[in-house]
Design a protein around this ligand. Structure first.
Ligand code: NAD
Length: 329
């Protein structure tokens, strides 16, 4: 196995470093994906929720057509949104999302959040994240769809050759243990909010023991949420930036790396994939240079950074939605 990939339970290899597609400005989507491939990115992390699968697929197809990569060189992750958990909807969405990317298959398909909300036709509204109105109230209430129905639907997408591996995001131990009792296709990956302010060490251990490949999102902690509207920003705005905390700055100076690289390497050195996003070419390049042959943090540095843990979750719909969905309660 290449040191810069993680082997999934299905036997497919997932790159350790990827490019996250959330919040990419719409006029730059295809171009930024194409440029990221030219720089060396091979993993792209999308979602129905990000509303840019078609453009991301265009960027990848352009790189394939120009002979920069083959389809097999690239790894596409995308996610099923909460309104489509019902079996028939999940299957329709898997097919539609696969068509939007236009690459023949999806490498990894994740249930985005372990919560079902009621169905709404994907094209019936100008989609705002979580289908919120202007007061941050969700217009689609919770729906009675058990997660096993959704899991079995995405297993059917594997059987149909639409997706190669499946997994879940924002799930915790009870959900993973439950899915394991009936899964025909393994839980290949778990994607979680993981940074030094939210380490979730037991969940990391559980996943690694169960051979569920972990992907960390929001590796820079509060940074990502500072860019969002006030309700989302509230928990992040008064927290010290992870780029400025002493233990991170000291490790960066010791290895002549940036604080961002230290935060990413803190994850990749523990075999946790990262998917940072930047619209800045220099940062895009530096975020890629955190693989196995880049530099190694000492055990003390890793432990020191891990000790920053405060259980601080920024991506918490139990907090930022007006009618909270207390998924992490
Ligand atoms: P991120 O890790 O992309 O960080 C975003 C912030 O950090 C941005 O402000 C960016 O400009 C800045 N940044 C990036 N590189 C930098 C560098 N080298 N130096 C300084 N600043 C830098 O955070 P994110 O967008 O929350 O997460 C990354 C990806 O994870 C998303 O694009 C998405 O694909 C995925 N994600 C998934 C979920 C989920 O529910 N599964 C939730 C959030 C994000």
């Amino acid at each position: 196995m290449s040191p810069d990939t993680i082997r999934l339970a299905t036997g497919h290899e997932m790159p350790l470093i990827g490019f996250g597609l959330w919040k990419i400005p719409s006029n730059q989507k295809a171009e930024s994906v194409y440029n990221a491939i030219k720089i060396g990115y091979r993993l792209f992390d999308g979602a129905y929720d990000y509303q840019n699968e078609k453009e991301a697929g265009e960027g990848i197809r352009r790189a394939i057509n120009e002979g920069i990569v083959t389809r097999e060189d690239v790894f596409v992750t995308t996610k099923l949104w909460n309104n489509y958990h019902r079996r028939e909807h999940a299957l329709v969405m898997a097919k539609a999302q696969n068509d939007a990317w236009g690459l023949g298959y999806i490498d990894l398909y994740l249930i985005h959040f372990p919560i079902a909300t009621s169905y709404i036709h994907p094209e019936s509204l100008n989609y705002p994240s979580w289908w919120m109105d202007h007061e941050h109230k969700i217009v689609t209430p919770r729906a009675e769809v058990p997660i096993h129905e959704t899991w079995q639907a995405i297993e059917e997408a594997v059987d149909a050759g639409i997706v190669r591996s499946i997994g879940i995001s924002n799930a915790q131990a009870q959900m993973l243990y439950d899915i394991q009792t009936y899964a025909r296709h393994p839980i290949s990956s778990l994607q979680i909010d993981h940074h030094p302010y939210l380490v979730q060490q037991d969940l990391v251990l559980l996943s690694q023991e169960a051979k569920i490949a972990l992907t960390a999102y929001s590796s820079f902690g509060p940074q990502s949420f500072l860019e969002l509207p006030p309700a989302f920003r509230a928990r992040a705005k008064d927290v010290a930036s992870l780029f400025d905390v002493e233990v991170v700055k000291k490790a960066a100076a010791a290895h002549q790396k940036t604080a961002a690289q230290v935060l990413l390497r803190w994850a990749t050195q523990r075999n946790i994939a990262v998917i940072p996003k930047s619209n800045n070419p220099r940062r895009l390049q530096e975020n890629l240079e955190v693989g196995a042959s880049s530099f190694d943090l000492t055990k003390d540095e890793i432990d020191g950074i891990t000790a920053l843990d405060r259980g601080l979750r920024f991506n918490d719909p139990g907090f930022y939605l007006q009618q909270p969905l207390r998924i992490f309660a």
